[in-house]
Design a protein. Structure first.
Lengths: 290, 403
């Protein structure tokens, strides 16, 4: 049944009429995703991409029954948009926006947790359930419906994994881009747990990067509760200490958040760790046979 | 964004955090004037000449080829002049600068705060930063001021107090008292510290800092608490709402190639290896660096061209990578999602021709939308460029060219 989003999800787009929002909403609709409308304050009552535009998320929930929101709002207003969605009763919020101030996210994360809402991102490529719903900016044509779940902090590296899985003759149940910021709504462990509990997922690819302790936390959880093979990779084995590698969260602070340290813990916890990202697909094929 | 000590102290002062007074100078004469003025306002007869560079360990660091330290005590105005002269224009090497060091262009002349009195001055440590694990800000304090905090955390963890701040209620008085008690403070110093830490947290929030480290915080011989040093990093994502702080940027502290890349909207980090790379997406860029290493090379850089890989960005990327004389080959790795590979391929060909004479071999790996068409354009261009579709094949090509 996949996780987070499927063909029955009623999805709204916050920042619907902006350039990014328009472009990606169009692609989502073309894929067959159930986009029920969008929100742009001040443009309520109009129509965009043949879908209704609402002034507030609350209106979108009341009038269109929205239960999932994807956010393309500029960074200065994105935390507010997340809070609005959580307040309106949206249960799954996916925030694509990159560049939200950390202070804003600290309070926002606490708030959405208190509401029992699942926030994916920010600074992420979104969530994709092939054949069901594309709620993000991923290129749809590389996906194929299947039974491998993917969790990743990065965009194009997720595509790399998806592509290899498709070419290996497998396919994806759901791919979750959790985001590359220091504060993100859903941790690696939480995303892995969703896929581990999903009856339609047989194996999981977990892609992390330098910085933070999320992959180690996920690895320890997998050791305790894992029931499916997990193939893992950590990007940034060659990244120097103290330098930010593109993503706001990708920075080595201490000895525990290097790629080597994370890969070691993952291996100790029974994850099939690949040294090269080129080996993700093949390794999953082998892991499934074991 | 990192800022200088003197700039950090300006922020602290704005939030009523007590600091050791000091005045900025960038010439020896300016330093003498600063010292005179400090004497008038604080009564000090001793001054500290402090090099202003974006790196720690200045006190133990030395200017290349001399015994001149990055932080020095001056007891006369002549000494202020001499020591400032010795520092300015020199290249200071500390444990954080790397062997190449950093050129000193700016100084802070500070009043001496270690004056004798009723008690011995005592150095403490305080920092505020984001704890990623809990998603909250945390204040870290220690009685071991002046020491490397990672070292203290490792060898004597009991000497460290941590206080997490709930974003919904903010930093509270009981937390300030807990930290002050944890540092063993009593009497006026206790009260002074509670005010100090409360205002320091206000500065952290107000400036949208990602880290404030005060090492040392000094309890003076007459029981005052003040910041002797100030290391502050600001959240780049929040600079838009602090134009005054954004103006603190000092590009002379940055790598010139990184500055140039930033002007072209490229995210570039210079490294020491021999294989340059150009990639779309930060995660894939890091992974590509790893592939280079596994193929027997060393990455010369991190370079994320972002979502719009076109002729202009590719050309800017080429020019920046080629300015690094260590580069022996370049790997371009683009996963075309929204961006089409045939367009990227045309961009690579155009950029290559625009630059003209590129001496190093180039490997282009295009995958995703129209990957085959992209490879065809590269292969038929007649340029010294090899192409690959699979990441594995790109790795093999890297191995071959640096063999």
């Amino acid at each position: 049944m996949s996780v987070l989003v499927n063909k029955n999800s009623k999805i709204i787009v916050q920042g619907f009429t902006g350039t990014e929002g328009t472009f990606h909403a169009q692609q989502m609709i073309e894929y067959g995703t159930n986009v029920v409308g969008g929100v742009t304050p001040g443009k309520g009552g109009s129509t965009h991409l043949d879908r209704p535009v609402f002034n507030t998320v609350e209106d979108a929930v009341k009038k269109a029954g929205a239960d999932v929101s994807i956010i393309f709002v500029p960074p200065a207003f994105a935390a507010d948009a997340i809070q609005e969605a959580a307040d309106a009763g949206i249960k799954v919020i996916i925030c694509i926006t990159e560049g939200i101030p950390v202070m804003d996210m600290i309070a926002t994360k606490k708030y959405v947790k208190s509401k029992g809402v699942t926030l994916i991102g920010p600074n992420c490529p979104g969530v994709m359930t092939p054949g069901g719903a594309k709620v993000g900016i991923m290129p749809a044509f590389i996906f194929k419906p299947g039974r491998i779940g993917i969790v990743s902090k990065s965009g194009t590296l997720t595509y790399e994994a998806v592509d290899q899985i498709t070419k290996a003759g497998l396919g994806q149940s759901t791919a979750i881009g959790i985001g590359g910021d220091p504060i993100i709504g859903t941790s690696t462990k939480e995303a892995v747990e969703m896929l581990m509990n999903d009856p339609e997922t047989d194996g999981i690819i977990m892609i992390g990067e330098i910085g933070g302790g999320m992959e180690a936390e996920a690895a320890r959880w997998i050791k305790e509760h894992g029931t499916k093979p997990v193939v893992g990779f950590i990007a940034g084995q060659t990244a120097p200490k103290g330098r930010r590698m593109g993503h706001a969260g990708a920075i080595v602070g201490g000895a525990d958040d290097t790629a080597a340290a994370k890969m070691k813990i993952m291996e100790e916890c029974g994850i099939f760790v690949v040294q090269s990202p080129a080996d993700l697909g093949e390794t999953m094929v082998k892991a499934l046979k074991k | 964004m990192n800022i200088h000590e003197y700039q950090g102290k300006e922020i602290l002062k704005k939030y009523n955090v007590k600091i050791g007074e000091g005045i900025y100078a960038d010439t020896p004469e300016g330093a003498v004037e600063a010292a005179k003025k400090l004497s008038e306002t604080t009564g000090t007869k001793v001054w500290i000449v402090k090099a202003q560079i974006h790196a720690g360990g200045r006190g133990k660091g030395k200017v290349i080829g001399t015994e001149v330290r990055g932080v020095m005590v001056a007891k006369t105005l002549d000494e202020v002049r001499e020591k400032s002269k010795a520092l300015l224009g020199g290249t200071l090497v500390t444990i954080q600068t790397g062997e190449q060091g950093k050129v000193v262009n700016k100084l802070l002349i500070a009043a001496d705060v270690y004056y004798p009195g009723e008690t011995q001055p005592k150095e403490l440590y305080v920092s505020i930063l984001l704890d990623r694990g809990t998603g909250q800000n945390v204040i870290i304090a220690s009685t071991e001021g002046g020491m490397d905090i990672e070292e203290v955390a490792h060898s004597t963890p009991e000497k460290i107090t941590k206080e997490f701040i709930d974003p919904l209620i903010g930093f509270q008085g009981f937390q300030a008292r807990k930290i002050a008690f944890g540092l063993g403070l009593t009497g006026p110093a206790f009260k002074d510290f509670v005010v100090f830490i409360t205002n320091l947290y206000k500065a952290y929030i107000g400036a949208d800092a990602s880290m404030i480290e005060i090492n040392p915080v000094l309890k003076t011989s007459d029981g005052q608490i003040l910041a002797v040093d100030a290391k502050i990093s600001l959240d780049d994502n929040a600079l838009y709402r602090h134009p005054d702080l954004a103006a603190y940027r000092d590009i002379t502290e940055e790598d010139p190639l990184e500055v140039e890349a930033g002007e072209n909207n490229l995210n570039y980090v210079k490294l020491d290896g021999n294989v340059g790379c150009m990639v779309n997406g930060a995660g894939l860029a890091m992974a590509t660096m790893d592939v280079i290493k596994l193929s027997g090379g060393e990455p010369a850089n991190f370079l994320d061209v972002g979502g719009g890989a076109n002729a202009k960005t590719v050309e800017a990327g080429f020019r920046i990578i080629l300015k690094d004389p260590n580069v022996k080959a370049i790997l371009i790795n683009i996963f075309g999602g929204i961006v089409r590979c045939d367009r990227v391929a045309n961009g690579v060909v155009e950029a290559y021709k625009a630059i003209g004479d590129i001496k190093v071999p180039i490997i282009v790996r295009l995958q995703g939308t129209n990957a085959e068409e992209g490879a065809k354009i590269i292969n038929e261009s007649g340029l010294k460029v090899s192409s690959a579709v699979l990441l594995k094949d790109a790795a093999a090509l890297v191995k071959k060219v640096i063999g």
